[in-house]
Design a protein around this ligand. Structure first.
Ligand code: SF4
Length: 221
């Protein structure tokens, strides 16, 4: 069974299908403790509002009529039976599946899946998060052009470290790279200026659309 903190339909506020409708399944429980966590209430593994089987989650998704599926958290890959759920979802050709993972869990056991249908948006936690030591840099070798590495930046130190990591691992050659701001902690203009000064071709600035449309603290959006 899966521990579900919330499930809802909304606009995808980030990632490659940003601006499109998506059905979100938020799982409870997280192995990290980021300084800027905006879903702190879902970090506790016991913070679930319901438990569902893989089949029940699939039925719910189909019932919504929405094709983009975002599995998020907390940390979705902590759910013991995630592989079973991904196998069921990826058998349905109409679904586009995105998994938002925090970079602190190995992706190795998911590498043999249909990676055209299942995309990972993997965070790389920067210094301000205080979680960089937990990053599984081996994960980079499992990413494809269908995946995303997202750097949430809170200040200049994060921008500099993010660029170091992008360069060290040639991330823009391997996958899609996004800079996103920890909401309210850095001017978007500062991020753009940094990108300009450093000629950061093929890096994308991402604005969290759901926090522009609704209050940054709003749940279920
Ligand atoms: S990984 Fe996500 S859910 Fe976990 S502490 Fe960090 S921001 Fe919060």
């Amino acid at each position: 069974m899966f521990n579900i903190a919330e499930k809802f339909i909304s606009i995808n506020g980030e990632g490659k299908s940003c601006g499109q409708l998506a059905v979100f399944i938020r799982f409870s429980g997280c192995n990290l403790d980021c300084s800027y966590c905006d879903t702190d209430w879902a970090r506790d593994a016991e913070a679930y509002t319901q438990q569902m089987s893989a089949e029940e989650i699939y039925d719910y998704i189909k019932h919504t009529g929405i094709n983009n599926v975002t599995l998020t958290g907390g940390e979705p890959l902590l759910q013991e039976d995630m592989r079973e759920l991904l196998d069921i979802l990826s058998e349905d050709n109409s679904l586009n599946i995105e998994i938002e993972t925090n970079g602190g869990i190995s992706l190795e056991k998911f590498t043999d899946m249909d990676r055209q249908r299942i995309c990972f948006t993997m965070d790389y936690k920067l210094p301000y998060s205080a979680m960089e030591d937990h990053m599984e840099v081996d994960n980079f070798k499992y990413l494809t052009k269908n995946d995303v590495v997202k750097f949430v930046v809170s200040g200049e130190k994060d921008l500099i470290r993010g660029k170091e990591i992008i360069d060290k691992y040639d991330l823009t050659d391997m996958t899609n790279v996004y800079f996103s701001s920890a909401f309210g902690s850095i001017d978007l203009e500062e991020i753009v200026n940094f990108m300009k000064e450093n000629k950061m071709n093929e890096t994308n600035l991402q604005v969290q659309l759901h926090k522009v449309i609704w209050s940054p603290d709003e749940r279920g959006v």
